[in-house]
Design a protein around this ligand. Sequence first.
Ligand code: ADE
Ligand code: ZN
Length: 335
Amino acid sequence: MQSFIEGLPKVELHLHIEGTLEPELMFKLAERNRVQLSYKTIEEVRKAYQFNNLQTFLDIYYQGAQVLQNEQDFYDLAWAYFSKAHSQNVRHAEIFFDPQTHTARGIPFETVISGLRKAQEDAEQKTGLSSRLIMCFLRHLSPEEALDTLEEAKPFRKWITGVGLDSSEQGRPPALFQKVYEQAEAAGFLPVAHAGEEGPAEYVWEALQLLKSRRIDHGVRSTDDPELIQYLIREQIPLTVCPLSNIKLRVFQTMKEHNLRRMLQMGVCVTINSDDPAYFGGYMNENFLAAQRDLELTKDELVKLSANAIKASFIDENARQVLTAELNEYYRKNV
Ligand code: ADE
Ligand code: ZN
């Protein structure tokens, strides 16, 4: 099973680039930019990564992002992710970035996106790994600040495929961000949103109905509402599920209790993703492996998860066909 998962062609749809900051790179950038960290050693950093819920994680995650200051830093961050993803047979990745985490510290939007963009170009040219960027609005900040961020993004529209909504979910319903999503859609950005991670199934309905979200990031609490689950199945709305993240943030107490396989068997278009791999203990392979082991996923189910991700991605039809053909070939040879 391990080698089957490692060789499986994969597509990642839920990955925060700031969440790929490994402690080694954090220390290197802290030194390069003369940023004082509150940790003395890499071991100390890893020990601090014990979370009780989403907020305890976010507090540490935003702190880590402070070491990112120059275009080269964003390039190095993204390049490290692309190298890792390529080594795990990820063929295409749709990557979230949080501009407000940086612009709030005085880092220009252009610095962030230029570094990411150059790494995307190099990754595609040198490894064949294609990628897209999805800009997230931080939902703990105001809708007005999200509108300002959208304006800053417009000159870079051609480099940004979609908009997303992340950060603290509880008490921050999608409805707050309806206006900025309307404007984003009018400008050509494809809408997605985090919903139903810690927040209720009602937030998934809002993301679909008010934000016109094309996919739901996480969405695991959708099973609380049978009508919603039937809707997701009927409309084939993809859920970008992140197994290790859900355990680390105690959305489920153990992997055996995770509802991923149950949703897959019901016919929901679920996918496996890594969310913030530097913080949650693993990239795509580790997420697939942990879910396979504890939920006893079959090879057919693993291939279905990859096929769902291809179907749910924002790549063009030609690339979708190439990826599908590769996956079918892998299935024929290995199942
Ligand atoms: N930002 C980074 N990871 C996140 C997650 N799992 N939920 C919400 N916001 C996030
Ligand atoms: Zn996320």
